[in-house]
Design a binder for this molecule. Structure first.
Ligand code: HXC
Length: 256
């Protein structure tokens, strides 16, 4: 399927790449763009041949935020009744791991979109920020919640209240991104390749378990983790993986 605002491809076996592609607007996240993004995500999530995804933008911008020109004349009753941006969070319901490869601006909704991915890799050029306060609003797609969990309350509060952009180096030092990489897209694809090389059932369960820790209480997280762990013993990949270890050979996954 050809999209208007995004590009999709399968750069190597098991890996899907989605590239935000509104260069003239620095990949501002309009409603039509998000509808296409959600469609592509759903299609790749349903495709058994895909085991990991990478989401990226251009060198200049991952995404410079929600589309301000689209939002500027909206009224409270519009955005409330039509549940504006509610469909943005669909990416967080993906079963498969998704890595954000961020170069250039990741501001406002762009920073929030990156934070909805499972792993963020940043180019040295990346500029993150939650500048909503500068246009009279607050982050609305998780910025006030996920940033706090990622970097702590005081830093998140400072950034959300001032709108100050922050660098890739800061994001890495604070743990928002896992690393800074000179060739961020190549490294994200390599990382996706590593993940796609694991058993798909274990990868899905591992993602689910980490997200439980991220989202909920420790006690509930540990209970859910144990249940998911027990469930691993119902998979062929567990038998294969442990047999391969005992036999001193590499496992051949059936992803089942
Ligand atoms: C719509 C945008 C845009 C945006 C950039 N553009 N960001 N259009 N929405 N968020 C457009 C500009 O209008 C311009 O179009 C073109 O992209 C290039 O941008 P310039 O400003 O000319 O580029 P530059 O001078 O290099 O500045 C880059 C920038 C700046 C620092 C990133 O564009 C900027 O501050 N953008 C807004 C960032 C922001 O506030 N984001 C948060 C949005 S609120 P023309 O047609 O003039 O060439 C948000 C809320 C999320 O995200 C809450 C949940 C929905």
């Amino acid at each position: 399927r050809q999209y208007e605002h995004i590009l999709t491809s399968l750069p190597s076996p098991g890996i899907a790449l989605i590239t935000l592609n509104r260069p003239k607007a620095l990949n501002a996240l309009s409603s039509p763009l998000f509808a296409e993004l959600n469609e592509a995500l759903a299609a790749f999530d349903a495709d058994d041949g895909v085991r990991a995804l990478v989401l990226t933008g251009s060198d200049r911008a991952f995404a410079a935020g929600a589309d301000i020109k689209e939002m500027k004349d909206k009224e409270y009753s519009d955005v409330y009744q039509n549940r504006f941006i509610e469909n943005w969070s669909r990416i967080t319901h993906l079963r498969k791991p998704i890595i954000a490869a961020v170069s250039g601006y990741a501001l406002g909704g762009g920073c929030e979109l990156a934070m909805m991915c499972d792993i963020i890799l940043a180019s040295p050029t990346a500029v993150f920020g939650q500048p909503e306060v500068n246009i009279g609003i607050i982050p609305g797609a998780g910025g006030t919640q996920r940033l706090v969990r990622a970097i702590g309350k005081s830093r998140a509060m400072e950034l959300v209240l001032t709108g100050r952009p922050f660098s890739a180096a800061e994001a890495a030092a604070w743990g928002l991104v896992s690393r800074v990489s000179e060739d961020v897209l190549a490294d994200a694809l390599a990382l996706a390749g590593q993940i796609a090389g694991k058993g798909a059932v274990a990868a899905q369960a591992a993602k689910e378990a980490v997200n439980v820790a991220y989202e909920g209480s420790l006690a509930e997280g540990l209970r859910q983790e144990r249940r998911l762990f027990h469930g691993m013993f119902a998979t062929r990949d567990q038998k294969e993986g442990m047999a391969a270890f005992a036999e001193k050979r590499k496992p051949t996954w059936t992803h089942s």
